[in-house]
Design a protein around this ligand. Structure first.
Ligand code: PEP
Ligand code: MN
Length: 379
């Protein structure tokens, strides 16, 4: 059960302490407090764990200081959607809104290679009105002899250039909790020019200690990539690890499943799960067409499979696109064969917009249909 507290109930005040004492005395119940930054104000949510079936929802909702109570009806207590659950499905970071009703594009380098490529990429993004990008400094590689990313040595120039070109958010993978500290220190050193979204890759989705560490910090939101060889439920539980430790600013990324049944694509594209994840949880959903498709192959009309996969995700309501671009894909040190050339950025963005407009039309169609079913006349 979740108790959402009155917004004017100050933590530290006497009524707050009385409420907490009352909850602490409930038999076989543990209370976990989460402070969540809402659009206007800080919201305090109390998660009750244990024999909650014995608690009466109305009794709990009428406790002094409680605004409302929500019975958790399925898994994913914190991030899930529950009956009569009016907790938000969006949040803001660095002035950018991330939610189940928005769409953000994160185009950029799979891996940082040279300052020159970083700068050329950022300049093109800025010229096309982009404020978000992806740039990997720590790369998890299958082969130990492959380029592992420049690590913390590249952070100063990446952050400085990102700020110079007006970026608000850079998605950057971390594979160890030390990387979060290194990113934090480099940002402070550079004067905090840009925000970072910490990416946890498909290979680390069940690194539970990493999930807990990243979940315990609230400075940075998290982009969690679905495990390529586990069930959706297992991946969503990984997201819940982050949230149960306190960080609810989590975006869930579909990036394809490892299976030869998806051949000739690198992974079996799984973007039909966009509405499923929206139905189960309050997380914004990202799609990564680059790592799903993994090639620059195109249909007979010349439209790249990566672009087809992108719009399939967007037309199904995806809220974010993570996509590899490179000024010179043949020189990229990681994943060059799947990168789009930066000249293709305007084409890509326009294609995404076509799909987004189509999704919004579909939404409108459904809403008109639902209204007519309720017997309401069209406005
Ligand atoms: C990446 O986005 O660069 C990446 C390594 O992705 P994934 O974890 O999905 O393989
Ligand atoms: Mn990659």
């Amino acid at each position: 059960m979740i108790l959402i507290l009155d917004s004017n109930l100050e933590p530290g005040s006497t009524p707050y302490a009385e409420l907490m004492e009352h909850l602490a005395n409930l038999p076989n119940i543990q209370a976990r407090v989460h402070h969540v930054q809402g659009a206007q104000q800080m919201v305090t949510e109390v998660y009750l764990i244990g024999d909650t079936a014995l608690l009466d929802l109305d009794d709990m909702a009428s406790l002094p200081g409680v605004e409302r109570a929500v019975r958790v009806s399925r898994e994913y207590r914190v991030l899930g959607r529950h009956k009569n659950d009016r907790r938000p499905t969006s949040w803001e970071y660095r002035g950018v809104r991330f939610g189940q009703d928005t769409l953000q594009v994160f185009a950029g380098l799979c891996a940082v290679d040279t300052p020159e490529h970083v700068e050329r990429m950022l300049a093109v993004l800025r010229d096309h009105g982009q404020v978000c990008t992806r740039m990997g400094a720590y790369k998890p590689r299958t082969n130990p002899y492959s380029f592992q990313g420049h690590g913390k040595s590249c952070l100063p120039y990446v952050f400085e250039l990102a700020g110079k070109y007006g970026m608000q958010v850079v998605a950057m993978e971390v594979t160890h909790e030390d990387h979060v500290v290194e990113i934090h220190e480099a940002l402070q050193e550079a004067g905090d020019p840009v925000g970072v979204m910490l990416q946890i890759g498909t290979r680390n989705i069940q690194n539970f200690e990493l999930l807990k560490q990243v979940g315990r910090q609230s400075d940075y939101p998290v982009l969690l990539k679905r495990g390529f060889g586990i069930t959706l439920e297992e991946s969503l539980n990984a997201a819940e690890y982050l949230a149960s430790e306190g960080n609810q600013r989590v975006i869930f990324c579909l990036r394809g499943m490892k299976s030869n049944l998806g051949d000739p694509h690198r992974n079996f594209v799984d973007f039909t799960h966009v509405p499923v994840v929206k139905r189960f949880t309050r997380m914004p959903i990202c799609v990564d067409p680059s790592h799903s498709v993994g090639t620059r192959d195109a249909d007979p009309d010349g439209i790249l499979d990566v672009m087809h996969a992108t719009v399939q995700g967007v037309i199904a309501g995806a809220n974010m696109v993570l996509v590899d671009f490179h000024p010179e894909p043949s020189k990229a040190l990681v994943d060059g064969p799947q990168a789009l050339h930066f000249d293709e950025l305007p084409l890509f963005l326009e294609d995404v917009q076509i799909a987004r407009d189509a999704y919004l039309k579909r939404l409108d169609l459904q809403q008109r249909f639902a209204a007519s079913q309720r017997g309401e006349s069209a406005a």
